[in-house]
Ligand binder design. Structure first.
Ligand code: MRU
Length: 347
């Protein structure tokens, strides 16, 4: 193997542009897409060229830093006008992953320390680069914290892609699996396909195979059957947003996996960095993204539903805290009751 995915950054800043692994082309081609301005960045996020909450956050951070670099503003007031427009466009790309809003706010805040437009440009880019590094470090730390919860020989089910491809590198849920393997435990992974966009088959199966981690792919509809057979020891997924109460918003289908895990007494873990936590929101405030009907109607180019049929395509669902065994963060593992353990984790 030439290299592992740890060395292939999902998002990187190179020569005043943003280079992304083009995830719409996986698993057939491993190619990069270059974003030369913030509009291209927004488009890449909307079209899932880059996806996964932490990767979306860091990409948007670079997008806003790029808008600052390219602005013709001569002073801070002029720069603020340009930044406000870029901020609005980037904010409107996807509604559920809280990392997007967290990242944009953090870049905006960094610009406020500047006395000149030039200084603001530098502070913003430095902050985005720092966030990219922090993401990898948080994933490694989450991996170390979570690996202890897994035993040698475990068969672990995951849904969607919370891997290297959903972060800058290493991954959240798949980062924990990587760390367990690095600590000498042999794990096998069962990846669900994750209809309708197939992040499980296109991305998780790809990246685990690429890294030489044992992986089998199943249809989403096989989860109940396989759990009933007693084959699964643990479930681990990522998150797009975790509320202080422990409600977890993640890829559509996560909730039904959690229900099945509960029914079959399989521990259900979530791996999420603190940048994915929404400390203020309540379940009813969270906007669940609804995506195009086309994603459901077609498999590849082929139409799989009659013309005119009504389609509902929610991209995320909410798993309530009572179905969750633990939430792995870079600071430690939260256990129920989550509100209380989060308070003591944050000190
Ligand atoms: O629509 P996507 O592919 O952006 O959804 C991604 C997920 O649901 C992931 O599980 C989540 O973002 C966690 S990524 C570490």
């Amino acid at each position: 193997m030439a290299h592992n995915l740890d060395l292939l950054l999902t998002v990187a800043w190179k020569n005043n542009s943003i280079v992304l692994i083009d995830q719409t082309k996986l698993p057939n081609k491993l190619v990069y897409a270059k974003c030369k301005d913030y509009m291209e960045v927004a488009d890449a996020i909307k079209k899932l060229v880059v996806r996964g909450a932490p990767a979306i956050g860091v990409t948007a951070a670079f997008g806003l830093a790029l808008a600052a670099q390219q602005s013709k503003a001569k002073n801070l007031q002029e720069l603020k006008v340009d930044l406000d427009s870029a901020f609005k466009v980037l904010r409107a790309t996807r509604p559920t992953a809280v990392n997007l809003f967290w990242a944009l706010e953090r870049i905006m805040t960094s610009s406020k320390r500047a006395k000149t437009a030039k200084e603001a440009r530098k502070l913003m880019l430095d902050e985005a680069l720092r966030m990219s590094e922090e993401d990898i470090n948080a994933n490694r730390q989450m991996g170390a914290n979570g690996a202890k919860l897994f035993n040698d020989g475990d068969i672990v089910l995951t849904h969607c892609n919370a891997g290297s491809l959903a972060t800058v590198a290493y991954g959240t849920a798949l980062g924990v699996i990587r760390a367990a393997r690095e600590s000498g435990k042999r794990l096998s992974v069962i990846a669900t396909e994750t209809r309708p966009v197939m992040q499980g088959s296109r991305l998780t199966a790809f990246e685990l195979q690429y890294d030489g981690i044992d992986v089998s792919l199943i249809p989403d509809t096989a989860v109940g059957h396989i759990m009933a057979k007693g084959a699964i020891r643990r479930v681990i997924v990522g998150a797009d947003r975790v509320l202080r109460t422990g409600h977890v918003f993640n890829k559509i289908g996560t909730y039904q996996v959690a229900i099945l895990a509960n029914k079959h007494k399989v521990p259900f873990y979530v791996a999420a960095p603190l940048s994915t936590f929404d400390f203020e929101g309540n379940p009813e405030d969270v906007v669940i993204e609804e995506r195009s009907a086309d994603e459901v109607v077609r498999v590849g180019k082929k139409r799989m539903a009659p013309k005119g049929v009504r389609i509902f395509n929610p991209a995320f669902d909410m798993t309530p805290p009572e179905l969750i065994t633990g939430i792995i963060t870079e600071r430690g593992v939260l256990t129920p009751p989550f509100e209380k353990s989060l308070k003591s984790l944050l000190g």
